[in-house]
Design a protein around this ligand. Sequence first.
Ligand SMILES: Cc1cc2nc3c(=O)[nH]c(=O)nc-3n(C[C@H](O)[C@H](O)[C@H](O)COP(=O)(O)OP(=O)(O)OC[C@H]3O[C@@H](n4cnc5c(N)ncnc54)[C@H](O)[C@@H]3O)c2cc1C
Length: 327
Amino acid sequence: MAKTFLVVAEARGGKLRQVSFEALRAAQLSAAEGDSITAVLIGGSGSGTLATELAAYGASSIYVVENSALEHYNSEAYASALLAVADTVQPGAIYLGHTAIGRDLAPLVAARLAAGQISDVTAIARSGDTVQFTRPLYAGKAVEKKAFTDPNDIWVVTIRPNNIAASEPDASRLASVIDVAYPAPSLRSIVREVVKKTSGTIDLAEAKIVVSGGRGVRSAEGFQPLEELAAVLGGAVGASRGACDAGYCEYAMQIGQTGKVVTPEIYIACGISGAIQHLAGMSSSRVIIAINKDVEAPIFKVADYGIVGDLFEVVPLLTEEFRQLLK
Ligand SMILES: Cc1cc2nc3c(=O)[nH]c(=O)nc-3n(C[C@H](O)[C@H](O)[C@H](O)COP(=O)(O)OP(=O)(O)OC[C@H]3O[C@@H](n4cnc5c(N)ncnc54)[C@H](O)[C@@H]3O)c2cc1C
């Protein structure tokens, strides 16, 4: 039976998040001939303007649910909007980014639809009728390969950002755009305002380059050289819990077991010892560069490149060198 894949597109600041295109690609990799790829945009008024971009990345139809109650993410409101679309589309699978929103929304919707769920997927392989999903376990120390037992059941899948490359956009692709009537629901809670805690414009979870600071950074001002390096490289700044606990930066920047999971192409750890809980959030990065003055620091065991030295000397030198190279 042909399946409809419904991909939940996520936008922030009026722009689609990269993980939305990666989730579309994930759906394409899972689909068999005859299956269709549909996207849904949920948000405040004007969200529908992003539909053309989703078409370029392969969605053949796009459902748009616009309502002032959907301006900010709210589990109850978004779940009811998504379920309204699911009711119309009757999807065989719902794909979301493994983001703060996706992690909240996916199990809620899966439970309401009595669907199975596979989370934090980093690779997809289809062979015959079987679609195999790969996901990391135990802080990346092991991988698990999973498949849904019945292809006819509804699947709910979340895709880890930065792992499944989006397909090349093709602006000539067309899609039908369907506005879904969504009467303002009566909600038990309302999100009035979202206060951003980090100043960076690049989303940490989606950044291709992350420059991260630990307790070795010594103060909030100590993050300044890291911010400069990140700015030159077009990356984002992250932190260890040690740095957050010490009050040098916001917890929104924390990477690790109890923080964000990042898989950038380059992760630069500055003054971070490499505790197992920190590695849980970054050990799947493609290239890890560690700067630490202690040659015995455990971070060097996972690093591809290690610089033994004082970060306050090394980081400005790197910044200057990259500034010249990337001019
Ligand atoms: C349940 C639980 C969950 C946790 N979750 C997380 C998590 O999500 N993320 C996380 O990061 N941690 C987490 N932790 C904490 C973790 O165990 C470590 O305590 C923490 O990661 C240490 O942070 P750090 O490496 O910045 O500090 P430290 O371990 O103090 O390391 C500082 C490093 O900086 C180096 N250094 C000092 N000065 C300089 C300098 N001038 N130049 C270069 N190097 C220098 C030192 O040699 C040292 O290696 C968790 C702990 C628990 C128990």
